[in-house]
Write a protein that binds this ligand. Structure first.
Ligand code: PLP
Length: 367
């Protein structure tokens, strides 16, 4: 934090998230210091300092980690991608251990777990994460409960406090992928979750120009183990990537607020649209999923046609950027079959909502 006393007022002991996003992770405000953290390009450091080699640490990573850690309420570590962070956390499961995981998780996480199942690395108990009773029933004897909320792309919402409390009582470690909610929408550590995972590629960096991941935890032993995983796995971010994410996260509050406001308007209109068979929107956030066309059509032809017809909504995978994106999820080869073939995932950007609606409505009409 920069020194609030400089502004003349009494320091606020608990700056709110939008303030922390702007002021966290700044260089010390000594006379002549740069206001923003520079990109530190180096592979090594002169010996006897706090960090000896760039695979162990980098000041540009630290600045981004400080901002995210403050927001989530723990200590963050940045990784080369969201999947590198997912891999680091899942790697903590002991050989032959048991993971309870949502059937509808992000397809990369599902693929990781399926491979672990196939190789005998881990046992997976697949659950519907919105069915709290079912998740609780799957917990006894497990090593890790993985939660994603809302899930990608079915937007199912988990009861995080109930699940975290029950898991803790059973000594089951909990991890939450908070990519969709962002720390502005949910703070899983405060709900009792042990470790949060982010694809910072999405809302945190927010401009569809960088891959980055992160973990956040309050547990020092866990932090140490994750740091070791990062160092030995070598999935470290480039300094430029960390800097782009740092620059992007400064505006998270305004971007996310606009994306959510746009999404709420569009979700309401989609829910009433005659061409939309089903729309899913958890009432908050910037992602909407809709189903269009014949559910029995394996090719999802109508959904494909809609995504091909929009002009502003970019047909592309990924989400959370300033640009609105549209994708028929089952195009992705690894997408779980729990995702309907006719499902389109909409990542609502920060453009003018009426322009977005006109474009989407025209494409729905045409298809
Ligand atoms: C994209 C995504 C990931 C993976 O992140 P990458 O940065 O693409 O490696 C993990 N979880 C969720 C929910 C995602 O949307």
């Amino acid at each position: 934090m920069s020194d609030p006393a400089r502004a003349g007022g009494a320091p606020d002991p608990t700056p709110r998230p939008a303030t922390r996003l702007v002021h966290g992770g700044r260089p010390d405000p000594r006379a002549g210091a740069p206001l923003t953290e520079p990109v530190t390009f180096t592979s090594t450091y002169v010996q006897d300092g706090p960090v000896s080699y760039a695979r162990f640490g980098n000041p540009t990573w630290t600045a981004f980690e400080d901002v995210l850690g403050e927001l989530e309420g723990g200590s963050a570590l940045s990784f080369a991608s969201g999947m590198a962070a997912v891999d680091a956390v899942l790697s903590l499961v002991p050989q032959g251990g048991t993971v309870v995981a949502p059937r509808g998780s992000y397809n990369g996480t599902v693929a990781w777990l399926r491979e672990a199942e196939a190789s005998g690395r881990a046992v997976v108990r697949w659950v519907d994460v919105a069915d709290t009773e079912a998740v609780l029933a799957a917990l006894p004897g497990a090593d890790l409960l993985w939660v994603e909320s809302p899930t990608n792309p079915l937007l199912e919402v988990a009861d995080l406090p109930a699940l975290a409390t029950a898991a803790r009582a059973l000594r089951v470690r909990t991890a939450a992928d908070n990519t969709f909610a962002t720390p502005l929408g949910a703070r899983p550590l405060a709900d009792g979750v042990d470790v949060v995972v982010h694809s910072a590629t999405k809302y945190l960096a927010g401009h569809s120009d960088v891959l980055l991941g992160a973990t956040v935890t309050r547990d020092d032993a866990l932090l140490q183990r994750l740091h070791t995983r990062r160092t030995l796995g070598g999935a470290v971010p480039g300094p430029m990537e960390a800097w782009l994410a740092l620059r992007g996260v400064r505006t998270l509050a305004v971007r996310f607020e606009r994306a959510c406001a746009n999404a709420a308007v569009i979700a309401q209109r989609l829910a009433e649209h005659p061409s939309v068979r089903r729309s899913r929107y958890p009432g908050t956030g910037g992602i909407i999923s809709i189903e269009v066309g014949d559910p029995a059509d394996e090719t999802g032809a109508i959904a494909e046609a809609v995504a091909a017809t929009t002009r502003l909504w970019v047909p592309s995978t990924s989400l959370g950027g300033v640009e609105s994106q549209i994708e028929r999820r089952r195009r992705q080869p690894g997408e779980p079959t729990t995702t309907p073939t006719s499902l389109l995932r909409l990542s609502v950007g920060i453009e003018d909502v009426e322009d977005l609606w006109a474009d989407l409505a025209a494409a729905l009409e045409a298809a």
